[in-house]
Design a protein around this ligand. Structure first.
Ligand SMILES: NC(=O)c1ccc[n+]([C@@H]2O[C@H](COP(=O)([O-])OP(=O)(O)OC[C@H]3O[C@@H](n4cnc5c(N)ncnc54)[C@H](O)[C@@H]3O)[C@@H](O)[C@H]2O)c1
Length: 361
């Protein structure tokens, strides 16, 4: 694999620990420095790696010892931080969504192309054995021609556990932009790009109450729809039905099902790397588990960055900016359709990322 990629982490909040653990165990990645608007938070995040430089973000980006900026800030800051990294000549890999809106995301991709640097974006969970085994089952023809999929994510709201949940309830958040990237990226991986959408959305209440941490009991405003439904029309002709909600208690619906002319698949939670894929062919009495047959084994958040590090120059990494842009465009189009009441054509497209063979990290 050659020299490891030196990673500078910007944004050291709740999710950063999972990335730091992955960087620590993968030989292709090396932690070079960290930054956060709150330097104390950055220092606390690297307490287990003494000597890791804690820098202002601008210094981290200017540091020649940093090859790639790992952008783990809140969605509203994703574009600004990515553009700063690109201006400093660095590759950038970020948390989802690629930006809070597709106009900002387009600016990021244009700047990266002009600067000759690469952009990667979460989710990389879909590179794990769960979604990849399901994708191989589809590609191998186990369900015949895919006809439809359903994707369901419901929760009563992340403010019940996240100590600073404000970003979930402003543009760039909401159930669709927060959790939708996992589901839409999985659906694009399984069934290919989306050409048009029909959406509908609602909002249960205008305020949420923080349920944990020092701000417990504080009310925060809600400025986005918190229950979003819709239909995605894939270029292949397959139709995916989506329900993304912060307004419901629980569900017994599978995270994702894919139906084909000869069988149906249960696809594991796309917010996790692994899980059991189940198949029921037409005429079968029940479901049978499929063994893991593709995907990064025992993966963790950051494997998409390792995948980018291992991607030869000039080739698109699997968790690419182009894919993340299409996913954001699909989600934004769904919200536009919900607002207008009319179907919306999705302007962007992308290639299905190349499949991941069964690979131990
Ligand atoms: N929390 C989770 O379980 C989770 C899971 C998957 C993905 N994510 C994604 O990860 C990202 C971060 O989520 P989080 O839960 O860690 O949020 P968080 O609020 O806990 O942490 C974000 C951190 O970024 C810092 N920050 C914000 N703007 C900055 C800037 N301009 N420069 C430097 N630092 C800046 C904040 O000070 C904060 O420490 C989001 O995009 C979220 O969707 C979170």
């Amino acid at each position: 694999m050659g020299q490891p990629l030196n990673v500078g982490v910007v944004g050291c909040g709740a999710i950063s620990a999972q990335y730091l653990a992955t960087i620590d165990r993968l030989p292709g990645l090396r932690l070079a420095a960290v930054a956060d608007l709150d330097p104390g938070r950055a220092a606390a995040a690297v307490a287990a790696w003494p000597g890791t430089p804690v820098l202002p973000a601008a210094d981290l980006m200017a540091d020649p010892g940093v090859d790639v900026v790992l952008n783990l800030t809140v969605p509203a800051a994703h574009a600004e931080v990515a553009l700063q990294a690109i201006a400093a000549g660095k590759d950038v890999y970020g948390e989802k969504p690629l930006a809070a809106n597709s106009a900002d995301a387009a600016r990021v991709l244009r700047a990266a192309e002009a600067a000759g640097v690469r952009v990667g974006c979460a989710p990389d969970t879909v590179l794990g054995t769960g979604t990849q085994t399901a994708r191989k089952a589809v590609d191998d023809g186990l369900i015949g021609r895919p006809v439809a999929a359903t994707a369901t994510m419901v929760t009563a709201g992340h403010e019940r556990w996240h100590p600073n949940p404000d970003f979930y309830y402003v543009p760039g958040g909401g159930p669709l932009l927060d959790m939708g990237p996992y589901y839409v990226t999985s659906l694009v991986t399984l069934l290919g790009p989306v050409t048009s959408v029909i959406g509908a959305a609602s909002r249960l209440r205008g305020k949420r109450t923080i349920g944990s941490g020092p701000r417990r009991g504080e009310e925060i405003p809600v400025s986005v729809d918190t229950h979003v439904t819709g239909v995605l029309v894939h270029d292949s002709g397959a139709l995916s039905t989506l329900v993304m909600s912060f307004d419901a208690a629980a569900t017994r619906a599978p995270n994702i099902e894919v139906h084909g002319e000869r069988g149906s698949l249960v696809v594991p939670d796309p917010n996790h790397f692994d899980g059991v894929v189940q198949l029921s062919a037409v005429g079968d009495a029940g479901w049978r588990d499929l063994p893991d047959s593709a995907g990064y084994v025992a993966a963790g958040r950051g494997v998409g960055l390792a995948d980018l590090a291992a991607t030869p120059a000039g080739e698109e990494p699997r968790a690419s900016g182009t894919l993340a842009f299409h996913v954001l465009d699909v989600m934004e189009s769904l919200l536009a359709s919900a607002a207008s009441g009319a179907a919306v054509t999705v302007a962007s497209t992308c290639e299905r990322p190349s499949p991941v063979p069964l690979l131990a990290l």
